[in-house]
Design a protein around this ligand. Structure first.
Ligand code: ADP
Ligand code: PAZ
Ligand code: MN
Length: 913
């Protein structure tokens, strides 16, 4: 620490600027190596730069390959591992070729980035993570994409398959390259078109279609979705969408009503146990076919859009029309009830041209939806079934259609039966066909293995707006520039539509049906499903079933508006940082612009329909922002800021440690907790804090923050924590076996806050595991960055050095102590594990396997920061002792959560529950 005088770090008033004048906001020009992300449709990825072991798949990282199957002896020390992505017999495409639409489900694999990361290897050894599961074949790691085309535009579909080389499925990873077409390639297909177009597929793509039973596929697709996707099913009544948590153990029986061109009603009793109990020929094809004839519409969407401006009373015969404006109350029919769909057309001397196409479309839509709702109910009644799931593309995520069906089911069953809809409504058959491939292992996937992402432009649907498939980022950016306006006025792929596209439902006249219909792509509301078999549920959650990560409920509209404004306002600054992190080149600026368009488009879309991407919490929004940055290849927007802050903080760490060491144990514990809270002020995601950073150096702000620390904090359980740690009276001090420290920000936060606390625990004989992000998010420290920070800190501290050595963090272990004596290896270890996230928040239902393994021995967890301890997990209950530490850096959150003010602190201690 050349040039440093021994000034205390804590509570100093006369600050000497020993550490260079490092202003935090200094611009920088560091170049970061780019990692190619998934293009809009592009699945190809470039290899990571050497030494970077974390797979950046544009999603949660493919953390490691630990679920690869071991070939041969499980007990062997270095067994041969069959990598999930190396199987040759994995197929990638399945089709459902229906009367109206072709549905594709295809799978793209992750490249194999086997880990050479020493930290990972050591941590695995230390934590005893085995390298295999006992399956005969591995679960796939990769992504599932959902795409549809109109059947009468089958050539577009064939072009799409060809352009993405999906017909070469079944080959090894060379399927992305120019490998010769596989003459024997077989693609699973269901739906009538699997027969009708078999020759065409053979001729054009050289592939054979392997036909799968349609009902079988529908059922296995539905069962998979209902079991594996958390927010798949929802109710839709009077414009309100509500996700339903399906209990896997209480799923059957249910009635599956698939409304495609025609309608199938299937009683489902289990996996592969079903019976087609009914159906009707009056379905989606009827609406579209009859509607086209009667209105001259050119597309299904146009027809549906017309219905939104329609008034069916001009064409339907109502009870009131028959009863002279009166209700027929004796049998429960109001005057506005439809007595006879299209009934008015018989009594008047009008021709087709005399009716508004809008009214015809609405009348037809209601006729068909009610009819299906009613027949469904009757079949549910027949078999005593309470739950009816509706699928098929007739529904098209259309609020009014869903309301109408729900109303019919509710009305006829007197509220006994419930209509539910599926987000992947039209893809059941295609997904089922995909499932019918052997050895994909997909049916073994669980909710926690799946992460859904919404990259811009996904899914590809063909057609006018979207153009040809976008192969690379450049094409994607051009497309964004062309179609997605900046700001909130977005025309594609998430066009704005006035809210309230639904009406009263039921037999009443809809009050408001809105204007424009959302474009096809966005209305699908399905993203890309990332299959990450290595994710696990955090084992220390007291009750994973009731665990809800989000603290802030964005179903509250004012809350939603507030956070949307915060994120929108933060956007220009974030773009500046992101562009600077990539050297400020023209390319970076262009990507920055595209990112801003994309993220604004997401915000606008969600503002209008918060549940569009599934249940929405603040954590999802913050994660979406990070994902969106990665989509435009901004790998680490705060990279140089983090470096600067780390350096400045490391420079004063020795002084801080000396001061701490001169304190009594009790004072030290308090000072350490206080230090964590004070240093948590370094948060580049908080507008208030960023404003503050312009006012001083890191150390000045740190000292100011420390000086302001005053107990009691707004939430202050420190005394209970202290008693647990140090004992009191006849209570003995409790020495935890292993502590998991969920760390937050880089710089002072980790170096002057969490590391000294870790050191204290180590000193007491508690093993410490630092749990950090797998991918960058804001200025959060990542697991990959931590070993270097620890190594720097360890240069000045014996406790940290020995513990880091014991934990395998110091790769080139020092041979002697600071004082020159021989190494004393008897320290408890300090380890680092990645958490499986690339977000400022953490959903503990989906964490890395190494974190899950580390948790098994842990009896204390410390969650730090607003994202991890307040926005998420504030109310989480754990099986072990838990300490939640954060400074609240947002006024509204402070008021709402702790009835306090900005910069108030939370020290919430909860003993094992
Ligand atoms: N873009 C579209 N083009 C044609 N039909 C559509 C479109 N979007 C939704 N639909 C509706 O979806 C129905 C087809 O649903 P789907 O589940 O794909 O059945 P199928 O397998 O019989 O084609 C059509 O009959 C129509 O009512
Ligand atoms: C993104 C964050 C959760 C990160 O906070 P941290 O976890 O680092 O304490 C936080 O900065 C935040 O909620 N920011 C948005 C609100 C604001 O600008 O005040
Ligand atoms: Mn943070």
């Amino acid at each position: 620490m050349a040039g440093l005088t021994r000034d205390p770090v804590l509570g100093i008033n006369d600050i000497k600027e020993k550490e260079e004048e490092i202003k935090i906001d200094k611009k920088h020009t560091d170049k970061v190596v780019l990692v190619r992300e998934e293009g809009i449709q592009g699945d190809r990825e470039m290899a990571l730069p050497a030494g970077n072991s974390i797979h950046r798949s544009g999603s949660r990282p493919q953390l490691d390959l630990s679920k690869a199957a071991i070939q041969g002896n499980f007990e062997e020390r270095n067994p041969t591992i069959l990598l999930p992505n190396q199987s040759d017999d994995i197929s990638h495409l399945a089709l459902d070729i229906g009367g109206s639409l072709i549905k594709l489900v295809y799978f793209s694999r992750h490249e194999d980035y086997s880990s050479n990361d020493k930290r990972k290897k050591t941590v695995k050894e230390r934590l005893g993570i085995s390298n295999g599961n006992r399956r005969s074949y591995p679960i796939l790691g990769g992504r599932l994409h959902f795409v549809k085309f109109e059947t009468n535009k089958i050539n577009e579909c064939l072009d799409f398959i060809y352009s993405k080389q999906l017909h070469r499925a079944g080959l090894d990873s060379s399927w992305l390259t120019e490998a010769p077409a596989n003459e024997n390639a077989i693609i699973k297909a269901t739906g009538g078109g699997a027969y009708k177009f078999a020759d065409l597929f053979k001729e054009r793509l050289g592939v054979s279609l392997d036909k799968e039973d349609e009902m079988n596929c529908l059922v296995s697709g539905a069962n998979f979705l209902l079991k594996a996707i958390r927010h798949e099913a929802f109710t839709h009544m009077e414009g309100r969408k509500e996700f339903v948590q399906i209990d896997q153990n209480d799923l059957f029986p249910y009635l599956l009503v698939n409304i495609g061109s025609g309608v199938s009603m299937i009683k489902v009793d289990g996996d592969g146990k079903f019976q087609r109990v009914s159906g009707t020929n009056v379905g989606g094809g009827t609406y579209w076919g009859l509607g086209r004839l009667l209105t001259k519409c050119k597309s299904f969407d146009e027809l549906l859009e017309l219905s939104q401006r329609g008034d069916n009373r001009t064409i339907d015969m109502l009870v009131g029309d028959i009863y002279g404006g009166m209700d027929y109350s004796k049998i429960g029919l109001s005057a506005s009830t439809i007595a006879s769909s299209f009934g008015k057309a018989i009594s008047e001397k009008k021709e087709l041209e005399d009716y508004r196409p809008e009214d015809i479309s609405l009348s037809l839509l209601r006729m068909i939806s009610y009819n299906i709702g009613q027949i469904s109910y009757l079949n549910a009644l027949r078999f005593g079934i309470k739950r009816i799931f509706f699928g098929g593309f007739f529904i098209r995520g259309h609020a009014y259609t869903m309301d109408t069906i729900s109303f019919a089911v509710h009305f006829w069953s007197n509220g006994e039966a419930q209509a539910m809809f599926l987000r992947h409504e039209g893809f059941l058959g295609a997904l089922g066909a995909f499932m019918s491939y052997e050895k994909h292992g997909l049916d073994d996937l669980m909710v926690h293995h799946l992460v859904e992402r919404f990259p811009m432009g996904a899914p590809y649907t063909g057609g006018k707006i979207h153009g040809p498939p976008l192969g690379d980022l450049n094409e994607k950016i051009s497309w964004m520039e062309k179609f997605v306006q900046k700001g909130t006025e977005i025309i594609a792929p998430v066009p704005m539509a006035p809210p309230g596209t639904t009406g009263l439902g039921g037999f009443e006249v809809p009050s408001s049906k809105g204007g424009t219909l959302r474009s096809d792509a966005s209305a699908l509301n399905v993203g890309v499903l990332h299959l990450v078999p290595t994710l696990e549920v955090f084992p220390l959650l007291a009750d994973p079933k009731t665990y809800e990560p989000n603290t802030i409920d964005l179903a509250d509209h004012s809350e939603l508006e507030y956070w949307f404004t915060v994120l929108s306002e933060h956007l220009p600054d974030l773009v500046d940082k992101a562009v600077a992190s990539e050297g400020g080149t023209d390319d970076a600026k262009r990507r920055g612009d595209a990112f801003a368009r994309a993220f604004s488009a997401h915000l606008a879309r969600l503002m209008e329909e918060p549940a569009a991407y599934g249940k929405l919490g603040l954590a999802n929004l913050l994660e979406l922002r990070e994902e969106c940055l990665r989509e435009f290849q901004f790998i680490d927007a705060y990279r140089s800021i983090k470096q600067r802050e780390n350096e400045a903080s490391l420079a004063v760490l020795p002084d801080l440690l000396m001061e701490l060491d001169s304190m009594s144990e009790e004072t030290r514990l308090l000072t350490l907790v206080e230090g964590v809270l004070a240093a948590n002020i370094f948060d580049w995601g908080s507008r208030a804090c960023v404003d503050l950073y312009h006012k001083g150096t890191i150390i000045e702000i740190y000292r100011m923050s420390r000086n302001k620390m005053q107990r009691p904090w707004r939430v202050d359980n420190f005394d209970v924590f202290k008693e647990r740690m140090l004992g009191s009276g006849d209570k003995k001090p409790f020495i935890h076996r292993r502590a998991l420290l969920f760390v937050d920000n880089s710089g002072a936060d980790i170096v002057l806050g969490m590391l000294p606390l870790a050191r204290e625990l180590l000193r007491r004989g508690t093993e410490v595991v630092l749990v950090a992000n797998s991918l960058p998010a804001l200025n959060d420290v990542t697991a990959m960055e931590l070993p270097e920070i620890v190594a720097e800190a360890a240069k000045h501290c014996d406790i940290l050095r020995r513990a880091a050595e014991a934990g395998g963090l110091l790769v080139d272990a020092m041979v002697s102590n600071l004082d020159g004596s021989l190494e004393n290896p008897s320290s408890v270890p300090l380890m680092v594990v990645e958490n499986g996230c690339g977000s400022p928040c953490i959903d503990l239902r989906q964490v890395s396997s190494e974190l899950a393994a580390a948790a098994k021995e842990a009896d204390l967890i410390i969650l730090e920061g607003m994202g991890r301890a307040l926005h998420t997990n504030f109310n989480a209950q754990f099986k072990c002792d838990a300490l939640k530490l954060a400074m609240v850096k947002n006024q509204r959150l402070a008021e709402k959560l702790i009835k306090g003010n900005i910069y108030d602190c939370v020290c919430r201690y909860e003993p094992a529950s």
